[in-house]
Design a protein around this ligand. Structure first.
Ligand code: ADP
Ligand code: MG
Length: 697
């Protein structure tokens, strides 16, 4: 048997169960099975004697014989028990389920290994539903040590593919392989880094000889996993950069200078200036720009985007700016138009609700080059939207867009346009490196002057009276307030009801103020009307679901109340909070939750109260939820599965993997050196599942 053998060829393993493993766990070949890594380990490194059992005992294993097999009760209340004994004492084993099967396993003449967690009940110790196996040399060998635990699904369990049986299956495979598992990394990498061989690593990940070897096995397999992802991303992006020349924006002209001198509403922050220089260097380099701009909510990314667009215009290129929602696109359009004033730049807005007749005019204007800037939503991805010479693409709140959508914009010019993606959801460094490979990163790490950090408080829901009084004082002082309700995905309707009830409540209790209501069921034009009323202080309170989440800018608003804050993720809470604190006045964020909240929710709320720093929050989010759940990556999906590495914990290994990959590619960009043949083969095999993000991000 070798790695490519089908699992149905494993001795004693039928096609039916093989089918279950294939559909439930994607395991088809022996190799798949060996790469089905355990998610935790149980310490079964020794046998306990019964005398050692205490009420503090965790899961332990005992070697003994059984007696007094008893079945009591009727129907659902039937209980099966027996006494397990060794030279030092006795302990009861009990079962309430699956009695029929257990009965067939029990014999007073055999010796057993019983494994489980003892509890003290009715004056004596027992173990409920222990794992019971015959004490044989083979079972002892398989069980002693740190024991692997595997993920299983209900369907797998039904076909007896329990964690224990998967372990046995892997044991069978490992003992019947024709030859040691072939190495997948060249020796010149493994040796200096002290990495364990693949053969040893695979064996120890499933059957660790001891803790130290287990850790070495994990390190080796994590390194390999991250290394090949980095190698693939870096190799591809090096290739792209050499293949496509970048559009050259080599002069700064009247548009940029005119705006800078006459229209710029305020002095740029130093961070904005620095980022702008980085962008200018990129677009003037003759290479294609692929830049991620991270900046906390309110840090002024839009202005940087606009100035970059003016650089494009100065060099005779068009620019487009895509935002995730209609509200946001419209707001950008209005802002940008206002800021540009009489500069003579032709700006168009294209969204889902642009009328057919208007669309036609826009399409034509884009093709004949009379439109300089196009701002819009997903609508500008449509094939019919074509440009005469698109030079710059800006994507706002990029985490809201999928990979394919970005690729579409990339393809709207014969020569790929420069790409600037902006995000207010700071992506932790490890995650950015894995997701974007060679994307350059700029950070606006400074807020415009005069901003005061937002004060955040956690209230339980019974403090509403106090809350109302607080909102009243703030509005009396001339400010405005948001009250936000969570979006309930399964049911837009109940989402609307919550917001509507909130609207009723606020309107009744604060009758002296005007209240706007915005939720997902309103037409875009209706939303717009309400947003505009709030923006002009015609209404003082905005009750909304999360449709206002991104980008909305009303500097006069100073209070953000988040209802059922326990239902929001950390980065979402941070985004929402960022709607206030945009003016010079002190702003407040109040997180309402019920009394009973989970520990994890408590940590989220505490993080919010403790810090305003988006990066700290992103790191906390990564730790609390794991990378797959980070807002944005969950939506667009990590472009690959991580089987063993954990981006929240394995930052160091990731850096090492990236450095290693970078060095190799610097010496041998195409991996054509004989020593690197093994890399090329593995890369080819593994990268089938890795989408090339570096190209399209
Ligand atoms: P975000 O980075 O969240 O997209 P915006 O671009 O919407 O932030 O900017 C937030 C607010 O800050 C806007 O009202 C904008 O006009 C203002 N702003 C941007 N840059 C500056 C600056 N240099 N000085 C003062 N205010 C600024
Ligand atoms: Mg923004």
């Amino acid at each position: 048997m070798d790695l490519s053998s089908n699992i149905s060829n494993i001795y004693g393993f039928g096609p039916k169960r093989a089918g279950v493993l294939a559909t439930e766990a994607n395991i088809r070949s022996v190799e798949d099975l060996l790469y089905y890594f355990p998610f935790r380990y149980i310490d079964r490194s020794r046998f306990y004697s019964i005398r050692e059992v205490t009420s503090d005992s965790s899961f332990i294993q005992i070697h003994g014989k059984i007696k007094n097999i008893k079945k009591e009760g009727v129907g659902k209340n039937t209980r099966l028990s027996c006494i397990l004994y060794d030279e030092t004492g006795e302990i009861e084993l009990v079962w309430f389920k699956g009695l029929q099967y257990v009965m067939t396993q029990l014999s007073t003449v055999k010796e057993y290994i019983a494994f489980g967690k003892p509890t003290f009940f009715n004056g004596r110790f027992n173990i409920a539903h222990p794992e019971l196996e015959e004490y044989t040399p083979k079972n002892v060998r398989q069980n002693l040590g740190w024991q692997a635990v595997y993920n299983t699904t209900t369907k797998m369990k039904k076909s007896y593919m329990t964690s224990v049986n998967i372990r046995k299956l892997i044991y069978t495979v490992l003992t019947s392989l024709d030859s040691p598992i072939k190495e997948t990394l060249p020796q010149y990498i493994t040796e200096p880094l002290g990495l364990m061989s693949l053969n040893q690593a695979i064996r120890n990940i499933h059957f660790p000889e001891n803790l130290e070897l287990l850790q070495k096995a994990q390190a080796r397999l994590k390194f390999e996993e991250l290394f090949y992802i980095q190698l693939s991303l870096l190799k591809q992006s090096k290739f792209n950069r050499n293949k496509f020349g970048g559009l050259l924006f080599n002069h700064i002209g009247d548009y940029f200078n005119g705006f800078y001198k006459n229209q710029l509403p305020f002095e740029l922050t130093n961070a904005q200036k620095r980022v702008l220089k980085e962008i200018r260097a990129d677009v003037g380099s003759g290479k294609q720009m692929n830049r991620l701009l991270q900046g906390d909510v309110g840090s002024g990314k839009t202005l940087v985007a606009l100035l970059s667009m003016l650089m494009a215009a100065d060099n005779g290129f068009q620019a487009c700016f895509m935002a995730p929602t209609e509200i946001l696109a419209t707001q950008h359009y209005n802002n940008i138009k206002k800021m540009l004033g009489e500069l003579g730049v032709n700006v168009a807005l294209l969204t889902g609700s642009t009328k057919q007749s208007e669309r036609k005019i826009i399409h034509e204007g884009l093709l004949d080059g009379s439109i300089n800037f196009l701002i819009g939503t997903h609508a500008l991805l449509e094939d019919i939207v074509r440009f005469s010479n698109l030079g710059l693409v800006i994507i706002d709140e990029q985490h809201r867009f999928g990979v394919a959508q970005r690729a579409k914009l990339w393809n709207k010019n014969a020569n790929p346009p420069h790409v600037l993606v902006m995000t207010a959801t700071p992506i932790p460094r490890t995650l950015a490196m894995t997701l974007y490979g060679d994307l350059d990163v700029s950070v606006i790490d400074e807020l415009p002057p005069g901003r005061k950090p937002i004060k955040t408080y956690h209230y339980f829901e019974d403090k509403r009276d106090e809350l109302l009084r607080f909102i009243k004082t703030q509005i009396d002082a001339g400010h405005q307030a948001y009250v936000v309700y969570p979006l309930i995905e399964e049911s837009e309707k109940s989402d609307m009801i919550a917001a509507e009830q909130g609207y009723e409540y606020i309107s009744t209790h604060l009758p002296q103020f005007k209240v706007s209501l915005v939720h997902g069921r309103l037409k875009p034009s209706e939303k717009d009307v309400e947003m505009r009323k709030f923006a002009t202080n015609e209404t003082q309170i905005m009750v909304a679901t999360t449709v206002i989440e991104v980008g909305v800018d009303v500097p006069n608003a100073s209070v953000m109340v988040i209802e059922s804050a326990n239902r929001f993720g950390l980065s979402q809470l941070h985004q929402l909070r960022g709607r206030v604190g945009r003016g010079a006045e002190q702003s407040f964020c109040i997180l309402l939750t019920p009394y009973k909240i989970s520990n994890e929710t408590k940590k989220r709320i505490e993080t919010m109260v403790a810090t305003n720093d988006g990066f700290e929050i992103a790191e906390a989010d990564l730790r609390l939820r794991g990378p797959g759940d980070i807002e944005g990556t969950a939506q667009s999906g990590l472009p690959f599965d991580l089987k063993i590495a954990n981006l929240a914990k394995d930052g160091e290994i990731l850096m090492l993997a990236r450095d290693t990959a970078e060095k190799i590619l610097n010496n041998d960009p195409t991996l054509s050196n004989k020593l690197n043949e093994i890399l090329l083969i593995q890369l080819h095999k593994k990268s089938k599942n890795i989408i090339d993000w570096s190209k399209i991000s």
